[in-house]
Ligand binder design. Structure first.
Ligand code: FAD
Length: 342
Protein backbone atom coordinates (compact mmCIF):
# COMPACT_ATOMS: atom_id res chain seq x y z
CA UNK A 1 0.00 0.00 0.00
CA UNK A 2 1.43 3.36 -1.08
CA UNK A 3 0.48 6.27 1.22
CA UNK A 4 0.22 9.66 -0.43
CA UNK A 5 -1.63 12.97 -0.24
CA UNK A 6 -3.20 12.71 -3.68
CA UNK A 7 -3.67 10.12 -6.43
CA UNK A 8 -3.97 11.65 -9.89
CA UNK A 9 -5.80 9.51 -12.44
CA UNK A 10 -4.26 10.37 -15.82
CA UNK A 11 -0.83 11.61 -16.91
CA UNK A 12 -2.05 13.91 -19.68
CA UNK A 13 -1.00 17.60 -19.67
CA UNK A 14 -3.52 18.47 -16.94
CA UNK A 15 -2.57 15.56 -14.66
CA UNK A 16 1.11 16.50 -15.00
CA UNK A 17 0.46 20.17 -14.22
CA UNK A 18 -1.61 19.04 -11.22
CA UNK A 19 1.58 17.45 -9.81
CA UNK A 20 3.24 20.88 -10.10
CA UNK A 21 0.45 22.85 -8.42
CA UNK A 22 0.23 20.30 -5.57
CA UNK A 23 4.02 20.26 -5.22
CA UNK A 24 4.14 24.04 -4.82
CA UNK A 25 1.77 23.66 -1.87
CA UNK A 26 3.89 20.87 -0.35
CA UNK A 27 1.58 18.00 -1.32
CA UNK A 28 2.81 14.68 -2.70
CA UNK A 29 1.12 13.03 -5.67
CA UNK A 30 1.11 9.60 -7.29
CA UNK A 31 0.11 9.61 -10.97
CA UNK A 32 -1.40 6.58 -12.72
CA UNK A 33 -2.02 6.19 -16.44
CA UNK A 34 -3.16 3.22 -18.48
CA UNK A 35 -0.81 4.25 -21.29
CA UNK A 36 2.87 3.26 -21.15
CA UNK A 37 4.06 6.84 -21.56
CA UNK A 38 2.94 10.16 -20.09
CA UNK A 39 1.23 12.88 -22.15
CA UNK A 40 -2.36 11.74 -22.78
CA UNK A 41 -3.81 12.98 -26.08
CA UNK A 42 -0.76 15.22 -26.76
CA UNK A 43 1.66 12.31 -27.12
CA UNK A 44 -0.84 9.63 -28.15
CA UNK A 45 -2.68 11.55 -30.86
CA UNK A 46 -0.53 14.48 -32.02
CA UNK A 47 3.09 14.32 -30.75
CA UNK A 48 4.48 16.21 -33.78
CA UNK A 49 1.65 18.67 -34.39
CA UNK A 50 2.19 22.29 -33.34
CA UNK A 51 0.13 23.83 -30.51
CA UNK A 52 -0.20 27.62 -30.64
CA UNK A 53 -2.35 28.48 -27.63
CA UNK A 54 -0.29 27.62 -24.57
CA UNK A 55 0.23 30.92 -22.72
CA UNK A 56 3.70 32.41 -23.32
CA UNK A 57 4.77 29.54 -25.61
CA UNK A 58 4.16 30.80 -29.18
CA UNK A 59 4.45 27.30 -30.60
CA UNK A 60 5.44 23.82 -29.40
CA UNK A 61 4.61 20.28 -30.46
CA UNK A 62 2.50 17.93 -28.34
CA UNK A 63 5.62 16.00 -27.33
CA UNK A 64 7.56 19.20 -26.52
CA UNK A 65 4.76 20.39 -24.25
CA UNK A 66 4.79 17.11 -22.33
CA UNK A 67 8.61 17.10 -22.11
CA UNK A 68 8.46 20.65 -20.68
CA UNK A 69 5.78 19.68 -18.14
CA UNK A 70 7.84 16.65 -17.04
CA UNK A 71 10.87 18.97 -16.64
CA UNK A 72 8.77 21.42 -14.62
CA UNK A 73 7.71 18.74 -12.11
CA UNK A 74 11.22 17.29 -11.68
CA UNK A 75 11.80 19.13 -8.36
CA UNK A 76 8.92 17.25 -6.75
CA UNK A 77 8.98 13.78 -5.23
CA UNK A 78 6.03 12.29 -7.11
CA UNK A 79 5.34 8.71 -8.23
CA UNK A 80 4.47 7.69 -11.80
CA UNK A 81 2.70 4.37 -12.51
CA UNK A 82 2.35 3.75 -16.23
CA UNK A 83 0.57 0.93 -18.03
CA UNK A 84 -1.88 0.61 -15.11
CA UNK A 85 -5.55 1.51 -15.23
CA UNK A 86 -7.21 2.86 -12.09
CA UNK A 87 -10.08 0.47 -11.57
CA UNK A 88 -11.30 1.20 -8.02
CA UNK A 89 -11.75 4.45 -6.07
CA UNK A 90 -13.59 3.96 -2.78
CA UNK A 91 -13.97 6.05 0.34
CA UNK A 92 -12.71 4.77 3.69
CA UNK A 93 -14.58 5.40 6.97
CA UNK A 94 -12.15 8.22 7.86
CA UNK A 95 -12.88 10.09 4.56
CA UNK A 96 -9.59 9.00 2.99
CA UNK A 97 -9.56 6.98 -0.23
CA UNK A 98 -8.49 3.53 -1.35
CA UNK A 99 -7.38 3.52 -4.97
CA UNK A 100 -6.55 0.32 -6.86
CA UNK A 101 -5.10 -0.31 -10.30
CA UNK A 102 -5.41 -3.12 -12.82
CA UNK A 103 -1.87 -4.19 -11.85
CA UNK A 104 -2.89 -4.60 -8.20
CA UNK A 105 -1.14 -1.43 -6.94
CA UNK A 106 -3.00 0.05 -3.97
CA UNK A 107 -2.90 3.62 -2.70
CA UNK A 108 -4.15 5.25 0.46
CA UNK A 109 -4.79 8.94 -0.28
CA UNK A 110 -6.41 12.01 1.26
CA UNK A 111 -7.79 13.13 -2.11
CA UNK A 112 -8.16 11.94 -5.69
CA UNK A 113 -7.91 14.10 -8.81
CA UNK A 114 -9.42 12.62 -11.96
CA UNK A 115 -7.55 14.03 -14.96
CA UNK A 116 -8.77 11.24 -17.21
CA UNK A 117 -9.34 13.30 -20.38
CA UNK A 118 -11.60 11.46 -22.75
CA UNK A 119 -11.09 8.28 -20.74
CA UNK A 120 -8.62 5.49 -20.69
CA UNK A 121 -7.15 4.50 -24.05
CA UNK A 122 -7.99 0.91 -25.04
CA UNK A 123 -6.93 -1.02 -28.17
CA UNK A 124 -9.49 -0.76 -30.99
CA UNK A 125 -11.09 -4.17 -31.40
CA UNK A 126 -11.16 -6.35 -34.51
CA UNK A 127 -14.76 -6.53 -35.69
CA UNK A 128 -14.73 -9.87 -37.47
CA UNK A 129 -17.02 -12.86 -37.20
CA UNK A 130 -15.78 -15.24 -34.51
CA UNK A 131 -13.11 -12.85 -33.12
CA UNK A 132 -14.39 -13.01 -29.51
CA UNK A 133 -13.69 -16.77 -29.27
CA UNK A 134 -9.95 -16.32 -29.75
CA UNK A 135 -9.21 -13.19 -27.72
CA UNK A 136 -6.46 -13.68 -25.16
CA UNK A 137 -5.54 -17.07 -26.70
CA UNK A 138 -4.53 -16.68 -30.33
CA UNK A 139 -5.91 -13.18 -31.00
CA UNK A 140 -3.77 -10.47 -29.42
CA UNK A 141 -3.94 -6.68 -29.02
CA UNK A 142 -0.47 -6.36 -27.51
CA UNK A 143 2.70 -8.45 -27.48
CA UNK A 144 3.95 -9.42 -24.05
CA UNK A 145 6.34 -12.20 -25.03
CA UNK A 146 7.52 -12.24 -28.66
CA UNK A 147 9.05 -15.72 -28.17
CA UNK A 148 5.57 -17.25 -27.90
CA UNK A 149 5.31 -16.72 -31.68
CA UNK A 150 8.46 -18.71 -32.51
CA UNK A 151 7.77 -21.03 -35.49
CA UNK A 152 4.14 -19.82 -35.84
CA UNK A 153 2.26 -18.38 -38.81
CA UNK A 154 1.16 -14.84 -37.95
CA UNK A 155 -1.22 -12.27 -39.39
CA UNK A 156 -0.40 -8.73 -38.26
CA UNK A 157 -3.29 -6.30 -38.83
CA UNK A 158 -2.87 -2.52 -39.19
CA UNK A 159 -0.83 0.15 -40.95
CA UNK A 160 0.61 2.25 -38.14
CA UNK A 161 3.95 2.13 -36.34
CA UNK A 162 2.92 -0.64 -33.92
CA UNK A 163 1.77 -2.94 -36.73
CA UNK A 164 4.89 -2.36 -38.85
CA UNK A 165 7.32 -2.50 -35.90
CA UNK A 166 5.94 -5.85 -34.73
CA UNK A 167 5.67 -7.30 -38.23
CA UNK A 168 9.35 -6.44 -38.84
CA UNK A 169 10.49 -7.76 -35.46
CA UNK A 170 8.50 -10.98 -35.60
CA UNK A 171 9.55 -11.86 -39.15
CA UNK A 172 12.80 -13.24 -37.70
CA UNK A 173 11.04 -15.28 -34.99
CA UNK A 174 7.86 -16.54 -36.65
CA UNK A 175 7.59 -19.15 -39.38
CA UNK A 176 5.76 -16.64 -41.56
CA UNK A 177 4.24 -13.15 -41.24
CA UNK A 178 1.38 -11.74 -43.32
CA UNK A 179 0.64 -8.04 -42.89
CA UNK A 180 -2.96 -7.02 -43.62
CA UNK A 181 -3.81 -3.35 -44.10
CA UNK A 182 -7.06 -1.75 -45.28
CA UNK A 183 -5.22 0.78 -47.45
CA UNK A 184 -1.97 0.85 -49.47
CA UNK A 185 -0.70 3.96 -47.66
CA UNK A 186 0.76 3.65 -44.19
CA UNK A 187 0.78 5.85 -41.08
CA UNK A 188 4.05 4.17 -39.97
CA UNK A 189 7.41 5.88 -40.55
CA UNK A 190 8.65 5.57 -44.13
CA UNK A 191 11.78 3.61 -43.13
CA UNK A 192 9.60 0.80 -41.73
CA UNK A 193 7.37 0.79 -44.80
CA UNK A 194 10.47 0.59 -47.07
CA UNK A 195 11.87 -2.30 -45.01
CA UNK A 196 8.54 -4.15 -45.15
CA UNK A 197 8.37 -3.70 -48.95
CA UNK A 198 11.89 -5.06 -49.40
CA UNK A 199 11.11 -8.12 -47.22
CA UNK A 200 7.99 -8.74 -49.32
CA UNK A 201 10.03 -8.40 -52.52
CA UNK A 202 12.52 -10.97 -51.12
CA UNK A 203 9.64 -13.36 -50.38
CA UNK A 204 10.32 -13.21 -46.63
CA UNK A 205 6.86 -11.90 -45.73
CA UNK A 206 3.48 -11.31 -47.38
CA UNK A 207 1.32 -8.23 -47.46
CA UNK A 208 -2.40 -7.99 -48.24
CA UNK A 209 -3.42 -4.39 -48.92
CA UNK A 210 -6.77 -2.64 -49.50
CA UNK A 211 -8.55 -5.47 -47.69
CA UNK A 212 -10.06 -6.14 -44.31
CA UNK A 213 -10.35 -9.25 -42.18
CA UNK A 214 -14.01 -10.24 -42.11
CA UNK A 215 -13.90 -13.63 -40.36
CA UNK A 216 -11.54 -15.83 -38.42
CA UNK A 217 -11.87 -19.56 -38.15
CA UNK A 218 -10.67 -22.23 -35.74
CA UNK A 219 -11.78 -24.23 -32.72
CA UNK A 220 -11.22 -24.21 -28.94
CA UNK A 221 -9.31 -20.93 -29.09
CA UNK A 222 -6.86 -22.29 -31.70
CA UNK A 223 -6.89 -20.40 -34.98
CA UNK A 224 -6.85 -22.05 -38.37
CA UNK A 225 -7.30 -19.18 -40.83
CA UNK A 226 -8.46 -15.64 -41.51
CA UNK A 227 -10.68 -14.46 -44.35
CA UNK A 228 -9.74 -11.15 -45.96
CA UNK A 229 -12.18 -9.29 -48.18
CA UNK A 230 -10.65 -6.99 -50.84
CA UNK A 231 -12.18 -3.50 -50.77
CA UNK A 232 -12.67 -3.55 -54.57
CA UNK A 233 -15.29 -6.28 -54.10
CA UNK A 234 -13.12 -9.19 -55.39
CA UNK A 235 -13.24 -12.70 -53.94
CA UNK A 236 -12.40 -13.19 -50.24
CA UNK A 237 -9.02 -14.79 -49.60
CA UNK A 238 -8.35 -17.42 -46.92
CA UNK A 239 -4.92 -17.40 -45.24
CA UNK A 240 -3.79 -20.11 -42.82
CA UNK A 241 -2.50 -18.60 -39.55
CA UNK A 242 -1.85 -19.68 -35.96
CA UNK A 243 -2.08 -16.21 -34.34
CA UNK A 244 -3.56 -12.82 -35.24
CA UNK A 245 -2.05 -9.61 -33.84
CA UNK A 246 -4.29 -6.56 -34.14
CA UNK A 247 -2.85 -3.02 -34.07
CA UNK A 248 -5.75 -0.77 -35.05
CA UNK A 249 -4.71 2.01 -32.68
CA UNK A 250 -6.21 3.09 -29.38
CA UNK A 251 -9.67 4.47 -28.68
CA UNK A 252 -10.63 6.31 -25.49
CA UNK A 253 -13.31 4.79 -23.23
CA UNK A 254 -14.60 6.36 -20.01
CA UNK A 255 -14.02 2.91 -18.53
CA UNK A 256 -14.00 2.32 -14.77
CA UNK A 257 -14.48 6.06 -13.97
CA UNK A 258 -18.17 5.56 -14.75
CA UNK A 259 -18.46 3.13 -11.80
CA UNK A 260 -17.16 5.40 -9.02
CA UNK A 261 -20.58 6.79 -8.06
CA UNK A 262 -19.92 10.30 -9.42
CA UNK A 263 -22.44 12.65 -11.00
CA UNK A 264 -21.73 11.94 -14.68
CA UNK A 265 -23.00 14.13 -17.51
CA UNK A 266 -22.66 12.39 -20.91
CA UNK A 267 -19.12 10.98 -20.41
CA UNK A 268 -17.99 14.00 -18.37
CA UNK A 269 -18.02 14.59 -14.61
CA UNK A 270 -19.93 17.52 -13.12
CA UNK A 271 -17.78 19.77 -10.93
CA UNK A 272 -18.10 23.14 -9.22
CA UNK A 273 -15.95 26.01 -10.46
CA UNK A 274 -14.49 27.00 -7.09
CA UNK A 275 -12.70 23.74 -6.23
CA UNK A 276 -13.37 21.55 -9.28
CA UNK A 277 -14.76 19.04 -6.83
CA UNK A 278 -17.10 16.27 -7.99
CA UNK A 279 -20.30 15.14 -6.27
CA UNK A 280 -18.08 13.12 -3.89
CA UNK A 281 -16.16 15.42 -1.51
CA UNK A 282 -12.43 14.75 -1.82
CA UNK A 283 -12.62 13.64 -5.46
CA UNK A 284 -11.79 16.40 -7.93
CA UNK A 285 -11.92 16.37 -11.74
CA UNK A 286 -9.88 18.60 -14.04
CA UNK A 287 -9.16 18.87 -17.77
CA UNK A 288 -11.23 17.39 -20.56
CA UNK A 289 -13.09 14.99 -18.27
CA UNK A 290 -14.99 17.62 -16.28
CA UNK A 291 -18.08 19.66 -17.06
CA UNK A 292 -19.37 22.99 -15.79
CA UNK A 293 -21.29 25.76 -17.58
CA UNK A 294 -18.96 27.40 -20.08
CA UNK A 295 -16.41 24.56 -20.04
CA UNK A 296 -13.91 24.64 -22.91
CA UNK A 297 -11.81 21.52 -23.55
CA UNK A 298 -8.51 23.37 -23.82
CA UNK A 299 -5.21 22.65 -22.11
CA UNK A 300 -5.05 26.13 -20.61
CA UNK A 301 -8.47 25.64 -18.97
CA UNK A 302 -7.18 22.42 -17.37
CA UNK A 303 -4.11 24.24 -16.04
CA UNK A 304 -6.30 26.83 -14.28
CA UNK A 305 -8.51 24.07 -12.88
CA UNK A 306 -5.43 22.24 -11.54
CA UNK A 307 -4.33 25.36 -9.63
CA UNK A 308 -7.70 25.85 -7.94
CA UNK A 309 -8.11 22.14 -7.16
CA UNK A 310 -4.68 22.17 -5.48
CA UNK A 311 -5.73 25.00 -3.14
CA UNK A 312 -8.93 23.12 -2.27
CA UNK A 313 -7.01 19.90 -1.59
CA UNK A 314 -4.50 21.73 0.63
CA UNK A 315 -7.44 23.03 2.69
CA UNK A 316 -8.87 19.49 2.90
CA UNK A 317 -5.56 17.93 3.96
CA UNK A 318 -4.89 20.64 6.57
CA UNK A 319 -8.37 21.62 7.80
CA UNK A 320 -8.66 24.85 9.78
CA UNK A 321 -5.43 26.28 8.32
CA UNK A 322 -5.66 29.21 5.93
CA UNK A 323 -4.05 28.50 2.56
CA UNK A 324 -2.16 31.67 1.62
CA UNK A 325 -1.51 32.65 -1.96
CA UNK A 326 2.23 32.93 -2.49
CA UNK A 327 4.16 33.99 -5.58
CA UNK A 328 6.82 31.64 -6.95
CA UNK A 329 8.86 34.78 -7.70
CA UNK A 330 9.24 35.78 -4.06
CA UNK A 331 8.19 32.96 -1.70
CA UNK A 332 11.19 31.40 0.14
CA UNK A 333 9.03 28.35 0.98
CA UNK A 334 8.16 27.79 -2.67
CA UNK A 335 11.80 28.29 -3.63
CA UNK A 336 12.70 25.57 -1.13
CA UNK A 337 10.08 23.21 -2.58
CA UNK A 338 11.28 23.99 -6.10
CA UNK A 339 14.91 23.46 -5.10
CA UNK A 340 15.83 27.04 -6.09
CA UNK A 341 19.21 27.93 -4.54
CA UNK A 342 19.17 30.87 -2.05
P1 FAD B 1 -5.81 13.65 -21.76
O1 FAD B 1 -4.76 14.33 -22.53
O2 FAD B 1 -6.91 12.98 -22.51
O3 FAD B 1 -5.12 12.57 -20.80
C1 FAD B 1 -5.91 11.75 -19.98
C2 FAD B 1 -5.14 10.54 -19.58
O4 FAD B 1 -5.89 9.84 -18.58
C3 FAD B 1 -4.91 9.56 -20.73
O5 FAD B 1 -3.54 9.33 -20.90
C4 FAD B 1 -5.66 8.29 -20.29
O6 FAD B 1 -4.98 7.09 -20.66
C5 FAD B 1 -5.69 8.45 -18.77
N1 FAD B 1 -6.78 7.73 -18.10
C6 FAD B 1 -8.12 7.86 -18.26
N2 FAD B 1 -8.80 7.03 -17.45
C7 FAD B 1 -7.86 6.35 -16.74
C8 FAD B 1 -7.92 5.32 -15.76
N3 FAD B 1 -9.09 4.83 -15.28
N4 FAD B 1 -6.75 4.83 -15.27
C9 FAD B 1 -5.55 5.30 -15.73
N5 FAD B 1 -5.43 6.25 -16.68
C10 FAD B 1 -6.57 6.77 -17.16
N6 FAD B 1 -5.91 21.68 -26.85
C11 FAD B 1 -5.39 22.95 -26.81
O7 FAD B 1 -5.52 23.63 -25.80
N7 FAD B 1 -4.73 23.45 -27.91
C12 FAD B 1 -4.55 22.74 -29.07
O8 FAD B 1 -3.97 23.24 -30.03
C13 FAD B 1 -5.06 21.41 -29.12
N8 FAD B 1 -4.90 20.64 -30.23
C14 FAD B 1 -5.42 19.36 -30.26
C15 FAD B 1 -5.24 18.58 -31.41
C16 FAD B 1 -5.76 17.31 -31.48
C17 FAD B 1 -5.55 16.47 -32.71
C18 FAD B 1 -6.47 16.78 -30.36
C19 FAD B 1 -7.04 15.38 -30.39
C20 FAD B 1 -6.65 17.55 -29.21
C21 FAD B 1 -6.13 18.85 -29.14
N9 FAD B 1 -6.29 19.64 -28.02
C22 FAD B 1 -5.76 20.91 -27.97
C23 FAD B 1 -7.04 19.16 -26.83
C24 FAD B 1 -6.06 18.74 -25.74
O9 FAD B 1 -5.18 17.72 -26.23
C25 FAD B 1 -6.83 18.25 -24.54
O10 FAD B 1 -7.61 19.32 -24.05
C26 FAD B 1 -5.90 17.78 -23.45
O11 FAD B 1 -5.11 16.69 -23.87
C27 FAD B 1 -6.67 17.37 -22.21
O12 FAD B 1 -5.74 16.99 -21.25
P2 FAD B 1 -6.15 16.02 -20.05
O13 FAD B 1 -4.92 15.91 -19.21
O14 FAD B 1 -7.40 16.53 -19.43
O15 FAD B 1 -6.54 14.63 -20.73
Amino acid sequence: MIHTDVVIVGAGPCGLFQVFELGLLGLKAEVVDSLRHPGGQCTELYPDKPIYDIPAIPVCSGQELIDALLKQIEPFDYGMHLGEEVTVVSKNDDDSFLVETSAGTQFHASAVVIAGGVGSFQPRQLRAEGAGDFEGKTLHYRVRNPEQFAGKRLAVLGGGDSALDWALELVDIAEHVTLVHRRDEYRAVQASVDKMRSLVADGRMDVIEKAKVTAIDGANGQLRSIMTQPKDGGDAVETAVDHVLVFYGLAPKLGPIADWGLDINRKTINVDTEKFETSTPGIYAIGDINYYPGKKKLILSGFHEAALAAFAIKARVEPGKKVHLQYTTTSPLMHKRLGVPD
